[in-house]
Ligand binder design. Sequence first.
Ligand code: ARG
Length: 424
Amino acid sequence: MSAQPQQSQPTASYEADPAQVDRVLLLYSGGLDTSVMLKWIQDSYEAEVVCLTVNLGQPGEDYKVIEDKALALGAAECHVVDARERFAADFLAPAIRANAVYGNGYPLFTALGRPLIAQLAVEYARKTNCDTIAHGCTGKGNDQVRIEATVATLAPELRTIAPVRSWQMGRDEEIAYAREHGIPVKGGTEAAPYSIDDNLWGRSSEGRWIEDLDHAPEDDVFQLVTRPELAPDEAEVVTVGFEAGLPVSLNGERLGLVDLLEKAAEIGARHGVGIVDHIEDRIVGLKVRDIYEVPAAAIVLTAHDELERLVGTIHQNQFKPGLDQKWGYLVYAGLWWEPLRSDLDAYMEAVNAQVTGEIGLRLYKGSLRVVTRSSPNAVYDADLAGFSESGGLFSQTASPGFIELWSLQSRMAHRIREREEGEQ
Ligand code: ARG
């Protein structure tokens, strides 16, 4: 016996009224939730379903298998889109220029992927005459916000449904529903698997013991990055070359961004680099713990940040991190299409026009350290920084006058406080 899942009544203007759902564009991953959704939408809305599966570079995915499964479960059409180039160029490139992280080292790979997935859903819904977009997000996470905010922004004529949020089936009921409706279930009765999301820029795991904050990571969660204790005993130095803020070469080899990120991920993963055990403040109020594996982002963001600081002035270097943080938060919070984000991009691009050069990083058993830097635009002069008197831009004998003026207000304020203490 399966549960009797209910359709829900809309509470927001963009949510679909069940009576008006005829043809649904389903964001389909091939997993249990979206496979149950594929059948459930056909049954309970009497609607046709068009499936869309987006390749953002998640490793080891067989898209032919996903497409065949969708068609076998009654999809009217199934489209698989390789969006890796677009993801890299339109989403990861600006993220790199903005040194984008949220919290304590989450490089936002999921948050960056969702607006593109939802934008593609809009494009395919229009192309295939769908009236509604369906996704498999729960009601507890950030992803529902990112997807629905994108659809509502880009396509006010389309409606959204999120069955997992409303049907109130747990995993056991979903498995029962799947069995009853001939949906193949991998690994059926065992404990629920980790909840995984991944793409070119990283991988996250949630659920199971990860929810126990005092439970140290179990080895089997690491499916991308080699555990540091198993990483090679020999360190490796990798160099990343940048032009105008974007990585263009790895160890001297010129590569397109997608290939470069895939190669960087492989090198970082081999050396145990990019493991982040993260407690996160979600936009929907909850705190959660995620285990992130982000080898490519660890290498590229570390190198970018270092090079940007080398070519920036002290004033730019103090100012930009505040804007970087704002950029990261807007993206985390599902507001990719907010104009402030593109305003910030204009600043990021202006600064990054100078970010050309090469950074060398030493990778060793989970650690990552910058060891070499070079740039034609470095605001750095080895003669000035050293102990020899040279250049003409700088004279050590001018320093005392500077110190007198630089410390003037602090000295005066200090005297005043001393005087007040003496009076008491
Ligand atoms: N906590 C991260 C975020 O909100 C990752 C979410 C992963 N998504 C998922 N469906 N497992 O961006």
